[in-house]
Design a binder for this molecule. Sequence first.
Ligand code: WT7
Length: 646
Amino acid sequence: MTEQTRDKFFGESQLFEPPGSFQEKALVSDRRLYESAQKNRLAFWASMAEDVEWMKKWDTIFEDDDAPFYRWFNGGTLNVSFNCVDRHTLTSRRNKAALIFEGEPGDSVTLTYQQLYREVNRFSSGLKKIGVQKGDRVTIYMPMIPEAIIAMLSCTRIGAIHSVVFGGFSSDSLKDRIDDADSTIVITADGGYRRGKVVPLKENTDQAVAACPSVEKVIVVKRVGNAINMDEQRDLWYHEIIKEADDYCVPEEMQAEDPLFILYSSGTTGKPKGILHTTGGYLVGVHCTFKYVFDYRDEDIFWCTADIGWVTGHSYIVYGPLSNGATVILYEGTPDYPERDRFWEMIERYRVNVFYTAPTAIRAFMRWGEDWPARRDLSSLRLLGTVGEPINPEAWMWYHEYIGLGKCPIVDTWWQTETGMILITPLPGVTTTKPGSASQPFPGIEAAILDEAGEEVEPGKGGFLVLTSPWPAMLRTLYKDPERFKETYWQQYPGKYFTGDGAMKDKDGYFWIMGRVDDVMNISGHRIGTMEVESALVDHKAVVEAAVIGKVHDLKGQAISAFVTLKEGLDGSDELVEELKAHVVKKIGAIARPDDIFFASELPKTRSGKIMRRLLRDVAEGRALGDTTTLLDPGVLAGIMEKYKS
Ligand code: WT7
């Protein structure tokens, strides 16, 4: 966010109290949770942990003797799939819908908790039969279909560590992630539907796995029925495995600190980080935040539109909702297929009550116009949420008015892949919200805004968002890279977690997140490192050097702009621009396609040779240049500005 928009945020913040009718029925309608956490933070987390089913209770709530490798609920044992499935089959929820799936073409399936139980048990048993063991890594590269969730839950049942890779990533990205995790199994589908077309997931998997020696078996779900290659030695059909499997598979007794999953996310280097979450703390964190932030009610239908390839899908489609026994919608496709009212039509048809989506999507809906939602009956909605990037007050107001019909509280939830769970958020029956602010830390969470020196800044002043005490669902390390874990998160302010976000706190103690302060972009709510895109560009034979920046964009929040230096004797042409864009898509995936590519004979660098992306951002956003005194050759930048204007 630029200084200008931030000021705009502040100037006009309107207040929205929880509607009386909402508050009356809300799970929490006073400050008691905050007060109890304030009084005794660890006792508060222990009380939250009571809501999860343990096989053996923990010995200690929290251990910090090996900081920053913290341990939560150590000595406790549990199984996540038991919590998400088995325990509901022992209550009146057994015949309640767990998943309501709708494919993009319109096909649909509902699985009750009892049915989900059967599927998870059979697939878990199948995985065991083909030799998957506790601690093995399993990569899941799938469309948004029930089998994806069944696969995740089955891994947790047998203690295998899943690594879900977003289905929009290219085969190269998939390969890097399989390799880093040393996965022995990849679970995929023949394809998935997206905007009426088939995404060739199996073909991508074949290309990736060809270069991954660790992979022993590839399991394939038949989703679209397209022609694919099946390697007789290596590939197995999901439905064949299920046929041979047993009805029951004993849930593995896992230690609270046993790894649960790895999820790759971008950082400031070219190599994605394998963010590792463990079992007990993660489940406690997502369980209680789902319950209180979304004011969970047994009769609700909850819809989170994220993909299971991102942490939002892990925490708030799968583990948070299912451990609470909630009913979730799982939708395979895009919001504009076949028409731009697909979401609203589905909300009307299923009578969805709680809807959780991203600001970038809301801005697209705004652009499409309010006629689309107006054609549908959205009166079933009672609560709305957003996540992924700062929401501009205009989009907040639009969401409030045209989707929430003026009556639904909005929870703007700030968190990260690393945090596992929502950390800064309103509680809908308690918090008076201000459009554009994620409001306040969840009970038990402690956050502060610090300056470079580690001092807390005054209200209204910008600084770095830091979490000053650990929380249960925090990442435990970066897979196979504990040093990078320490450097990235714990070095800036010893003993405190550095989020990488800039933020400020206003005089009422409300947090306003301003976006990343490192070389990480936020494109439509997706995190992409500038270095990753630069590496992809430099990988092309015509390119010598590249600098990539995130430039303010109305719809996406940020868009990718690249400045590229070509090999001597080569000229930049429109064809080359297209070729380079396609190359990035091939290396990373469509989400990383640059919007613009500019050719420059040199890039602006400091005397020590660091590319000054900050100045390129100034150029791209048409601002006066910031401090240029450290530039080696100011002429280089002048040249780029000349070209940029033309
Ligand atoms: C980054 C984390 C958490 C799931 C989705 C993204 C930004 C996230 C908000 C929000 C302002 C937000 C931050 C954060 N972000 N939610 N409500 N308001 N910014 O997960 O890919 O790990 O990205 O997304 O910059 O650091 P992620």
